[in-house]
Design a protein around this ligand. Sequence first.
Ligand SMILES: NC(=O)c1ccc[n+]([C@@H]2O[C@H](COP(=O)([O-])OP(=O)(O)OC[C@H]3O[C@@H](n4cnc5c(N)ncnc54)[C@H](O)[C@@H]3O)[C@@H](O)[C@H]2O)c1
Ligand SMILES: CC1=C(/C=C/C(C)=C/C=C/C(C)=C/C=C/C=C(C)/C=C/C=C(C)/C=C/C=C(\C)C=O)C(C)(C)CCC1
Length: 513
Amino acid sequence: MGVELPELQFTSLDEIPLRISVPRKAFLEHKTRDVEFRLVQLRKLYWAIKDHEEEIFEACAQDLHKPRFETELAEIGWILNDIVFTTRNLHKWVKDEKAPDIDLNYKLMNPKIRKDPLGCVLVIGAFNFPFQLTLGPVIGAIAAGNTVVIKPSENAPRSAAVMQKIVEAGLDPSCYTIVQGGVPETQALLAERWDKIFFTGGANVGRIIAKAAAPHLTPVVLELGGINPAIVTKSADPRLVARRMLWGKLLNAGQVCTSQNYLLVDKALVGPVVEEFKKAYKEFYPNGAKGSEDYSKIVNETHFQRLKSMLDNTKGKILMGGTMDEKELFIEPTVVQVESIDDSLCTSESFGPFIPILAVDNLDEAIQLANGVQSTPLGLYPFGNKADVEKILAATRSGGVSINDAALHIPTLPFGGVGESGYGAYRGRSSFDVWVHRRPITSSPSWLEAILAIRYPPYGNKIKTFKAASALTPDFDRSGRKLTLGWLRCLFTLGGGTAKAGAGRAAAVAASE
Ligand SMILES: NC(=O)c1ccc[n+]([C@@H]2O[C@H](COP(=O)([O-])OP(=O)(O)OC[C@H]3O[C@@H](n4cnc5c(N)ncnc54)[C@H](O)[C@@H]3O)[C@@H](O)[C@H]2O)c1
Ligand SMILES: CC1=C(/C=C/C(C)=C/C=C/C(C)=C/C=C/C=C(C)/C=C/C=C(C)/C=C/C=C(\C)C=O)C(C)(C)CCC1
């Protein structure tokens, strides 16, 4: 039975300032400071998602031909679990933290860290996992006590419209609202002042976001794409490589920010790896990917044409797949053996089901090539024994790493890029942390006045006492060598390191009593 879906309607440009003035005002009225209020919102969001499950399945099917299994695991189930995880932990997360590593002298001021909400924030989503990548950051923003404006991707229009229904059904409209639209509407949003912007999308648009945020000194999280390498050393298992790398590219037809963009394979393993790709493809799709319920389409004509011209322009040899159907926006998982790292399939992010393989002479060459293409990708996928993998890790950087696997998303592990692949991380506890200001709070008791008076003029000789009580003695010499102070010495000098410092500290404590 077909499910009726709402039509996506863009928010009128004139309406945008008024629409966002509501959550901005609600924040200033401290409506979202109350933790119980946040919990109720999250719980209501949970049930609103549950109530619209069939619409989510249908919207993901219409936007991306996303298989039900993938929608269940990576969209609905993902965000529902996220909400339950968050509501279970929120009371623990919001608690004031004792400030760590505070010197004895300052302990009496009871320093602590309070997790303050940032204010009224903007979340801009991507099309490929429309619900997970838009509502995921929103869950954290609500938990942290912010009011939120949500801008889903217009490239997954059915999902954007269903998301609006969910938000309007589940959340307090004075604190959380949706603005729908494409570039002009997003630009109108970016012209406003925000307390944080969370953006998921491509690096070029990421730059536009960061620039627009700069005049207001608005902090930004950028979850960007990646030209992610997989490095297959000669100690790797070709069957595992092929099965896992194929999964990394069949999931959402390769429209995944973390999926590997290209494989650097030790030349001894290229033949066996390609053979295993063919076997795995036959096993996963006995009748081919075309027409399969378990394979997505490319999101739209523009992306289809972009991918088609990438494949048309490769100088490599297609060893598996290679078919496409423009009418159905279908592109088959395609293994291409390329001759050079400069092949366009390697050097630009395909965000599609291409699996270019480049043979390398050895691991050193692979590391050098990977760092040359992009030295800060979102993901890195090393295959091989422990020694090979450690060598790769020590010589590369990336947002995250899955050893002997494709993009493995553990739902509560911090997730984010580095350098070109973005900055800021979320998921699990990080989804809360990314949305709060860690506000240090100290409280100076009035009875401490006798000691604190050391800071007031006339300064006279006070510096001597001050230094004796507060200067730390280095535990290293002039050549940078570490000296051993010994724990006994540390204990007897109250952490100061010398008898003088210890005496000063003891005097300070005594004077406070
Ligand atoms: N790191 C991550 O978590 C992650 C997740 C998904 C996608 N991505 C990356 O995103 C890219 C593909 O996704 P996409 O096509 O949705 O990204 P995109 O950058 O085209 O669009 C993302 C969002 O930005 C808005 N936008 C587009 N152009 C804009 C402009 N000129 N000014 C203001 N706003 C604009 C869109 O409306 C959309 O909501 C890939 O590079 C992929 O790797 C990253
Ligand atoms: C040991 C036993 C079990 C455990 C089995 C395990 C551990 C299974 C693990 C399965 C995994 C890892 C499945 C992963 C599925 C992932 C999906 C569908 C996709 C996620 C996509 C995401 C998050 C995309 C994000 C995109 C981004 C950020 C950018 O574009 C049992 C449980 C089987 C029981 C027996 C013992």
